[in-house]
Design a binder for this molecule. Structure first.
Ligand code: NDP
Length: 331
């Protein structure tokens, strides 16, 4: 290849001296807005790999509500500069390692949330692309039991579930009510509480058509929110985990001395809100439960959406009706 990159007029994949391409396909936006700002590009530069990072050939990615909130400019003040390739969640194959990388090597199958701090300078070069550069510490080896599409749906949601339960001091024998049990995060709060932390009783809310799913995930009491108000039930819980934004009602369902984890919307004491921190070590800790089939990823049956249908996938997630995770595959 010429040493002058501008000498090439083609956007065809160029191969750098180290063997991986220098240009890739990616979804990009260069202004904030709704899905109409998204465009598919062919000649985007493959991100540089820093010392502590690996380059991942993306096999599957997943969407999270933070992706569209960020795209709408809701976190403008702490976002990295535009243009942006969106996407936090990734599953793929390591194709290059930085000089300070200790454990991962080329060929490893990995998954993770590529942004350590969700809202503070998330990467400009996200997972909705053929390649993404990620700090080794944010990744874990992909469990063999699950495929790349299933793995891509886990990281941000399961790390949120686990971190929220830890912050709530959840432990064996306690009871929990999960608001939004059929969503990306809720479906994993249920499973982590029950299978990993030993909840004695799990209740969760969803609409009528999703109650069977809740039961299949281990829910003891599935509450149809179209027919019942959870806050009016006589039963109270040690922890209420609110993924919906019902903080005011959530506090009415918690026992004296219990706590309420709130992911979005208003917080009323004893509720608290937190923002997830990505950490590959928590995925590694949870991997055995995934390998044993105790934690099952829930991939929304409308997907996986192929890479060409990222706009459709975003539009669907924004309805707030997704079941489990909206996954993009193949890429
Ligand atoms: P999803 O889009 O996956 O949630 C969709 C689900 O919500 C659907 O299954 C839907 O079920 C359910 N739902 C909607 N309204 C209700 C309701 N009134 N009662 C019960 N269930 C309901 O979102 P995520 O799970 O990925 O995220 C949830 C929220 O948490 C988002 O606002 C997200 O931004 C936030 N979040 C915050 C984090 C943090 O660190 N603070 C981290 C991760 C997420 P149905 O169709 O039956 O209504």
């Amino acid at each position: 290849a010429s040493s002058d990159p501008s000498a090439s007029s083609s956007t065809d994949t160029l191969v750098a001296s180290s063997g991986e391409p220098s240009k890739m396909k990616a979804w990009v936006y260069d202004e904030y807005g709704d899905v109409s700002v998204l465009r598919a590009e062919d000649g985007v530069l493959v991100p540089q790999v820093e010392e502590d990072q690996v380059l991942v050939k993306v096999v599957a990615a997943a969407l999270n509500p933070v992706d569209f909130k960020r795209m709408q400019g809701k976190f403008k003040a702490t976002d990295s500069p535009l243009p942006t390739i969106p996407g936090y969640d990734v599953a793929g194959i390591v194709v290059k390692v930085g000089s300070q990388v200790k454990i991962l090597k080329e060929g490893d199958e990995v998954y993770g949330d590529i942004n350590e701090k969700t809202l503070e300078s998330p990467k400009q070069s996200g997972s909705l692309a053929e390649f993404t550069a990620v700090e080794e510490k944010l990744l874990a080896l992909k469990p063999q039991k699950i495929d790349f599409a299933q793995a891509a749906g886990l990281p941000l949601a399961i790390e949120t579930a686990y971190e929220g339960l830890e912050k709530a001091g959840f432990s064996a024998g306690k009871t929990i009510l999960v608001l939004g049990g059929a969503g990306g995060v809720g479906s994993l709060v249920i499973q982590v509480a029950k299978q990993v932390l030993g909840a004695s009783r799990v209740a969760a809310t969803a609409s009528t058509g999703k109650l069977e799913l809740l039961k299949s995930l281990g829910v003891d009491l599935a509450i149809d929110y179209t027919k019942e108000n959870f806050e009016d039930l006589p039963e109270k819980f040690d922890v209420v985990f609110d993924t919906v934004g019902q903080g005011d009602k959530a506090v009415k369902a918690v026992k004296e001395g219990g706590c309420v984890v709130v992911l979005t919307g208003a917080v009323t004491p004893p509720g608290f809100r937190f923002v997830v921190t990505s950490d590959g070590a928590s995925l590694t800790k949870l991997n055995p439960f995934i390998e044993e089939g105790k934690i099952k990823p829930v991939v929304d049956p409308k997907g996986p959406f192929p890479f060409s249908q990222v706009v459709e996938a975003f539009t669907y997630l924004e309805t707030g009706r997704a079941t489990g995770k909206v996954v993009i595959y193949p890429i």
